[in-house]
Design a protein around this ligand. Structure first.
Ligand code: SF4
Length: 399
């Protein structure tokens, strides 16, 4: 398959994840297990013979969801509940919920009401990451999830099947990381939105099918320096946890003369950063993975005294030679809102420029955002080869 065909396929699945799930279910006759971001180990549902699908924000405006969830909940939770209310999530035989923020808890209850026929499996993961008991409690939580899944499907999830799924998922992540690195190095010519569709489709597609397509993509893509404008501003994108930033926003940022050389987005490096250990007890491996992810790319929904998100961001930017950072904050995302002041302070201390853009589910005033992005990039450009100005951050809302 040609590079363009594979990228088109990833783009199609990203644009219509539930359509893919429906077609897969009709083809295979097997169950589809949805999960909420960001900590559910999809390997487990895969090992049980189901299709694990991470629920995605839909582009549709919220309608019935207004009656099910508060308007001051984040766009992702409102969209997910709206999809449940409209019956779109009925393709999911079960939905796994983790408890990583208060709004997700509210969404779990609303989905229970909207989809009484769908099994809702709730699991609680310890959010304090550096206590002596964290590893054991994380393992316990995953074991409980496994037994609930077995109860729902009426069949065991064997250790050997878990190991095979872990190997496949690790392979998938490794291939995406390879592509990601080629893009960062300028060896693969992919836009930020194309890279997002590679990651987002991996959250939805049958992993074997996705991995085969990735292998074909890596074999076909030219491994040579891309024609990248050396004047483009090298940017790091940070934020957006549960939902993918809209592709038009990414395209607009790059269209303003920037190139995204790194990110910690959930639909980006955060999702592919960490593999599950392949040797030993798979449940130990999943607990290890859960803990390692927060060390690799810290998440503000977890609490860990010995890792800092702001320090991670500054280090990552230095490694990537990023000249500025754009923070994409989903409106009403409490964990992000609580943590952002620390990031802002740290960036001001380090004299690193950053721009905060608050995003909304429905109304994205792209022209207004474009003006702010252009001004920010101009500010960053002026820093090249001159003494650093005293003001380093720009704040405000996108819409
Ligand atoms: S972490 Fe943020 S984006 Fe995710 S569900 Fe909670 S509030 Fe929404």
């Amino acid at each position: 398959m040609a590079v363009s065909e594979i990228l088109t396929r990833f783009g199609e699945v990203s644009a219509d994840p539930l359509g893919y799930a429906r077609a897969w279910k009709a083809r295979s006759g097997q169950p589809v297990i949805g999960s909420f971001p960001m900590n559910f180990p999809s390997e487990m549902a895969h090992a049980a013979g189901a299709l694990p699908v991470i629920i995605q924000e839909s582009d549709d405006p919220i309608t019935v969801g207004h009656g099910l969830l508060f308007p001051f909940y984040c766009g992702f939770t409102r969209s997910a509940v709206d999809q449940a209310g409209k019956g779109d999530l009925a393709v999911l035989d079960a939905i796994m919920f983790g408890d990583h923020c208060v709004q997700l808890l509210g969404a779990a209850d609303a989905v229970r009401v909207a989809l009484p026929e769908t099994r809702v499996i709730f699991f609680q993961l310890i959010s304090s990451m550096c206590d002596p008991w964290t590893f054991g409690r994380a393992k316990e939580s995953f074991e409980k999830l496994r037994s609930e899944l077995e109860d729902f499907l009426g069949r065991p999830v064997e250790d050997e099947a878990m190991r095979a799924s872990i190997r496949l998922f690790n392979r998938n992540r490794a291939l995406i990381r390879q592509l990601y690195q080629m893009r960062v190095d300028g060896r693969a010519s992919l836009t930020a939105s194309q890279m997002q569709s590679v990651v987002k489709s991996s959250m939805v597609m049958d992993r074997r099918e996705h991995t085969d397509l990735l292998e074909a993509l890596l074999a076909a893509i030219p491994h040579e320096p891309a024609a990248r404008d050396s004047r483009a501003i090298r940017l790091h994108l940070s934020g957006h946890f549960c939902q993918a930033p809209k592709p038009e926003l990414l395209d607009m940022i790059e269209g303003c003369g920037a190139v995204v050389v790194g990110d910690d987005l959930y639909h980006g490096f955060r999702f592919i950063s960490t593999d599950v250990p392949e040797e030993g007890d798979p449940m130990d491996g999943l607990a290890r993975w859960y803990m390692d992810r927060n060390t690799g790319v810290p998440c503000p929904t977890r609490v860990q005294n010995d890792v800092d998100w702001d320090a991670f961001l500054i280090d990552a930017m230095r490694r990537q030679s990023a000249e500025g950072m754009i923070v994409l904050m989903a409106k009403f995302c409490e964990p992000h809102m609580y943590y952002y002041p620390e990031v802002k302070e740290a960036f001001e201390r380090a004299e690193m420029p950053h721009l905060l853009i608050e995003t909304e589910h429905e109304s994205m005033a792209l022209e207004h955002i474009r003006t702010r992005v252009e001004s920010f990039l101009e500010l960053v450009k002026r820093r090249r080869g001159v003494a650093r100005p005293s003001v380093r951050s720009m704040e405000g809302e996108a819409a």
